[in-house]
Design a protein around this ligand. Structure first.
Ligand SMILES: *Cc1c(COP(=O)(O)O)cnc(C)c1O
Length: 375
């Protein structure tokens, strides 16, 4: 028995899409990326979608859009992956770490209000595991303080909160298609917005400063007259090499067709976990609502975390801990971060396997191993 913690679900459909890019001999930034972006916008109901090579890149560029003065502060939850806070540093801004809500482990709104001061320019809520932050409360408060809102949606795909898809609540939403996430492109990310003016330069930022669809030019220039200027481009902004390529977009297009089905499989697995845990009297990591929301991760809280991790390993079950609070990391220690809830709960956090190819027998094995450990 060897149960992985995360695992992408891939098949023939992805290979077929990749093959069609091979057949066209176009595997860089090209028509598949464009198609993926258009379908994504429809999928989560946003106006603009720009595909990049990671959510880390999307978060970097999302903050870049605002041109905040160097040294301004950005409110970030301490319980998140490093990328959320690294994006702040990439932009020469200063992270202020906000404590976790004791129940949901998402950004705590009371602490958020406490940590705010007039040097803060943005807030980056993370829908941790896929459990939505109470955006109906966060957004009006953040607007009243004139804060930009960047949603880190790396743990969810098409999760909905109070009738609106996550990623649409703030100014910009960022998604991850890294291989462990709800859907994958190998590596990849998407930056979404309903404010076209705000994200106007993102296509240039992601592609070395060039805001021009070269693949379109290449297809057309043979036909065009001498005025076509197919070779001309202007550099106005400093760009990065952050574009998604057509191989990744091929995988993404195939995954997009399966994501509803994959989400419902995840939801069923979590229901099975929750029913089993209740019988065992083991506390879930947070109040998961698998029938309402879309989760990338599942876990429990356990007072003997480290022994349990070793025990589960002996049963062939991979586990993890998401995350060591960022304010405790050497890189981030120098920044403001008094987060007692996160520090208190962190030693009990265990992430359990969750991916589409898990079987109900796998979950039964995990549950009976948990039961065995309890005895
Ligand atoms: C995975 C993750 C990211 C970064 O995603 P990449 O696509 O790997 O760059 C950002 N934020 C959170 C919360 C994540 O879990």
């Amino acid at each position: 028995m060897n149960i992985r913690l995360f695992k992408p679900s891939l098949g023939k459909e992805e290979l077929d899409e990749i093959k069609s890019s091979f057949d066209e001999s176009w595997i860089g930034l090209g028509p598949k990326v464009d198609e993926f972006e258009k379908k994504w916008s429809k999928f989560i109901g946003c106006k603009e979608s720009i595909a990049v090579n990671s959510a880390t890149a999307a978060l970097h560029l999302a903050l870049r859009c605002f041109d905040f003065p160097e040294g301004s502060k950005v409110l970030v939850p301490t319980n998140t992956f490093s990328a959320t806070a690294s994006a702040v540093l990439y932009n020469n801004l200063v992270p202020v770490f906000v404590d976790s809500n004791e129940e949901t482990l998402g950004i705590d709104l009371d602490d958020l209000k406490k940590k705010y001061d007039k040097d803060c320019v943005a807030v980056m809520p993370v829908h941790y595991t896929g459990h939505p932050v109470a955006m109906d409360l966060l957004v009006p408060w953040a607007r009243s303080k004139n804060l930009a809102i960047i949603e880190d949606c790396a743990h969810t795909v098409r999760g909905m909160y109070k009738g609106k898809y996550l990623g649409n609540w703030g100014d910009i939403g960022c998604f991850s298609f890294e291989e462990k996430k709800c859907m994958t492109t190998g590596d990849g990310g998407m930056l979404c917005s309903n404010n076209s003016e705000l994200v106007r330069d993102v296509k240039a930022y992601r592609w070395v400063g060039i805001d021009k669809d070269n693949w379109k030019t290449a297809k057309e220039y043979t036909k065009k007259n001498k005025d076509a200027l197919h070779w001309f481009y202007e550099l106005r902004v400093l760009g990065y090499k952050y574009n998604m390529n057509d191989l990744a977009a091929s995988i993404g297009l195939a995954q997009l067709n399966k994501v509803e089905e994959m989400n419902s499989k995840r939801s069923k697995l979590i229901v099975q976990y929750m029913e089993g845990l209740e019988k065992l009297n083991i506390e879930p990591l947070l109040p998961f609502k698998p029938k309402e929301f879309v989760y990338q991760m599942f876990g429990i809280r356990h007072k003997s975390r480290d022994d349990l991790i070793v025990f589960l390993k002996s049963k062939g079950i991979a586990t993890g801990c998401h995350y060591t609070p960022l304010h405790m990391q050497p890189l981030f220690k120098q920044f403001e971060g008094n987060c007692p809830n996160a520090e208190k709960i962190y030693p009990s956090m265990i992430t359990l396997p969750l991916h589409v190819d898990l079987s109900s027998e796998d979950i039964s094995h995990i549950l009976s191993s948990l039961s065995e450990f309890s005895k």
